[in-house]
Design a protein around this ligand. Structure first.
Ligand code: 5AD
Ligand code: SF4
Length: 480
């Protein structure tokens, strides 16, 4: 959308309509920033740093888009006039990383006292975190949460106008404000939010508390956003939600995720469709069928297992058994024989015994995941698991974690080896960071491939011969 900010009359009171209101504040922030830039004799700069998942990455694109509309130019954290940390709180170490990095920012701010430091995202939805920042990190200028990222322009103006920390965290929302500027990181691919929040309440997980109740966007809005992206050069989309398989259930006119996918498939010019994340309990036959038939849905399914023990799965509130999970994988592989199945696995959940852990190892050996993210259970305040007795001693959990990682890695390497010698399509994404004579891209199954080439290949889908497998990635060459 092209907006003439200079035509917005900021002498008037701000409009009520939320989208118009934020455009008004963008116009106002532009004036302030223009003055700051004139005083400094240079452009003002920003840096948004993302912690956590794809949802946060997409939110950061929206935040960056707003900051660029305000007039900021992108730079590194060290010399930015405004740094925004988009935080994650899914595990304790995510929080610790944020606190650690804040220490560095304080150092930069001492050199550039006008520097604005903002914090947003999941961690800010927790009261005790905001309290700690007020007490111990007084140099922070702005705090907001996951429900009001669209409000950044208005909050920025408050930061410019007042001399104390601006804090605005909402407990929840039923508003979905889109239509604001946003800046894609890659011109050829994009995440697309199809739903927000999560209603599953797995007993270890903090996401439902920090991201709120499940809300689906209407299909027309999603399709029109994707069409606009495609017109703008996008060939691959990743449909994003905490549990995409339950998409559409709460809409006035309910739609299934499979029906949405069928409509996305119809969009001319779009070449690849991905989605994230699927919950095993809601993965329907209808979805499996469309994955088998589709020309565009990538042969990759991320299907978090968490644990292979039916007993623990029940306490985790996952709503499936070990056998159901195994049967589901079987069904998916029947329908899409070459599909890569990846997963998330947690070890050390309260009460996990050696026998429970062996059940997890059994599923790993039987399913042979193409890759798996493995996590040590991390107690999150406010979740049911936090106050469960029987927390697993750190040493035992670490020992299981190491065993799991060994198993998962050797299976993944053996599986990857099987594609060596094949010719498959690669979407080229970047120039290789270590070796600029190479570019890096991804197969449909999400594996990484490095191949000779230059930046002219970026954004193109090219047939590549997979010459060699190096465990987690391939070396290949374009087939002319
Ligand atoms: N501790 C460890 N891992 C967790 N995850 C979610 N909550 C926790 C927690 N409290 C993992 C799950 C989820 C992934 C995104 O993070 O495996 O699938
Ligand atoms: Fe994403 Fe969850 Fe982290 Fe929030 S807490 S950023 S939803 S992984």
């Amino acid at each position: 959308m092209n907006v003439e900010y200079d035509l917005i009359d900021i002498a008037q009171t701000p409009p009520e309509d939320e989208t118009a209101r934020q455009y008004y504040f963008i116009a106002k922030a532009r004036q302030y920033l223009g003055r700051m830039a004139a005083e400094a004799g240079r452009r003002m700069t920003f840096c948004v740093t993302t912690f956590g998942c794809q949802m946060n990455a997409r939110d950061s694109e929206k935040l960056s888009g707003i900051l660029q509309a305000v007039g900021y130019e992108k730079s590194s954290e060290e010399d930015a006039d405004l740094v925004l940390f988009n935080t994650c709180t899914v595990r304790e170490n995510a929080n610790n990383r944020v606190y650690g990095r804040l220490g560095y920012l304080n150092g930069y701010k001492k050199k550039n006292p006008h520097m604005i430091i903002g914090l947003c995202g999941c961690m800010m939805q927790e009261e005790h975190v905001v309290e700690k920042i007020r007490q111990s990190y007084g140099f922070v200028d702005l705090i907001f949460g996951t429900h009001n990222i669209f409000k950044l322009p208005e909050l920025l103006v408050q930061v410019y106008e007042q001399n104390e920390m601006v804090v605005d965290v909402w407990p929840g929302t039923d508003q979905v404000v889109e239509c604001l500027p946003n800046k894609r990181k890659y011109f050829f691919k994009s995440g697309v939010n199809i739903m927000y929040g999560c209603d599953n309440f797995c007993s270890y997980c903090i996401v439902p508390y920090v991201r709120g109740r499940e809300r689906s966007r209407r299909p027309e809005e999603i399709l029109s956003e994707i069409r606009d992206f495609v017109a703008d050069g996008v060939v691959e989309v990743m449909l994003l939600g905490q549990n995409v398989n339950s998409y559409g259930k709460t809409l006035d006119e309910p739609v299934t995720f499979a029906q949405l996918l069928a409509q996305v498939e119809e969009i001319a010019g779009l070449r690849r469709i991905r989605f994230m994340t699927s919950h095993p309990k809601d993965l329907s036959d209808e979805l499996i069928e469309i994955m088998g038939r589709s020309q565009k849905i990538c042969p990759h399914l991320h299907l978090p297992l968490q644990s292979g023990s039916t007993r623990l799965l029940r306490i985790m509130n996952r709503n499936y058994t070990k056998e159901q999970y195994l049967a589901l994988v079987e069904k998916v592989r029947q329908a899409v024989p070459e599909i890569a199945i990846t997963t998330d696995i947690m070890v050390g959940f309260p009460g996990e015994t050696e026998k429970d852990f062996e059940e997890t190892m059994d599923v790993v050996r039987r399913t042979r995941f193409d890759s798996a993210f493995t996590f040590l259970y991390s107690p999150r305040r406010g979740t049911p698991a936090y106050s469960m007795e029987d927390q697993v001693p750190a040493e035992a959990a670490q020992q299981r974690f190491d065993r799991l990682l060994d198993e998962v890695s050797s299976i993944a390497a053996a599986k990857a080896e099987k594609l060596t010698g094949r010719v498959l399509d690669v979407l080229v994404e970047d120039v290789n960071r270590q070796d600029s004579s190479l570019v890096t891209g991804r197969l449909g199954n999400n594996s990484i491939v490095h191949l000779p080439g230059d930046e002219r290949l970026i954004g193109q889908i090219v047939p590549v011969h997979l010459d060699e497998c190096r465990g987690f990635y391939y070396l290949g060459s374009v087939v002319l």
